[in-house]
Design a protein around this ligand. Structure first.
Ligand code: ADP
Length: 193
């Protein structure tokens, strides 16, 4: 299996790039944000619990998210590899993911981190909020809260993968095509190793 993590703050373009990457490399897209929004749309107990956190810009509890990822693996045993988007978002999630992959006799090949300045991110998210129907993108206070959570809880995840020498920063500003090319170049180097 070949597994990648697309890392970066809210609005850094992970969703856009993921769609293109899964097509090119034949990976299964695992976006915990998308899975949670589906649970909310289906009005499941998990979705109802998650919504109260998401609306405030807080993280959904680790055990809920890890359980959801585990059942996604169960449902996609045939996958050639996964592209993780928006996960792991805490060090506890990263450690849980390492263990789940170990059980599948595989690991993370690389973590590709999209770097975008905060003002550009706020602009993109408010813009997305106008059309996405995502309530967490229309309120600037909720957006700022998500950045604070990102910097406190998610930035340490980068350290986890830097220690394992799997972390690669990529400039996340420019056209969608330029950024995609930069990501692909990093992946192709990794594949050749
Ligand atoms: P963004 O990265 O733009 O904030 P996502 O769709 O990845 O969008 O996530 C939306 C919300 O879903 C987050 O603010 C958080 O509340 C919740 N969420 C998504 N993934 C996770 C995760 N791995 N752990 C905890 N909460 C999560």
């Amino acid at each position: 299996m070949f597994n990648l993590i697309l890392f970066g703050p809210p609005g850094s373009g992970k969703g856009t790039q993921s769609d293109k990457l899964v097509d090119k490399y034949g990976l299964k897209h695992l976006s915990t944000g998308n899975l949670l929004r589906q649970e909310i749309a289906d009005k499941t107990p998990l979705g109802i619990e998650a919504k109260s956190f998401m609306d405030k810009g807080q993280l959904v509890p680790d055990e809920v998210v890890i359980g959801m990822v585990d059942s996604y693996f169960e449902q996609h045993k045939e996958a050639r590899g996964f592209l993780f988007d928006g996960f792991p978002r805490t060090v506890a999630q990263a450690i849980a993911l390492d263990k789940l992959l170990e059980l599948k006799k595989t690991n993370i090949a690389a973590v590709l981190a999209l770097e975008v300045g905060e003002e550009e991110l706020v602009k993109r998210l408010l813009n997305r909020g106008k059309t996405s129907g995502r309530s967490d993108d229309t309120n600037e206070e909720v957006i700022r809260k998500r950045f604070a959570v990102y910097s406190n809880e998610t930035t340490p995840v980068a350290e986890h993968y830097k220690k394992a020498k799997k972390f690669k920063s990529i400039r996340g500003e420019g056209t969608v095509g330029q950024i995609f090319d930069a990501i692909c170049e990093a992946i192709d180097k990794k594949i050749q190793q």
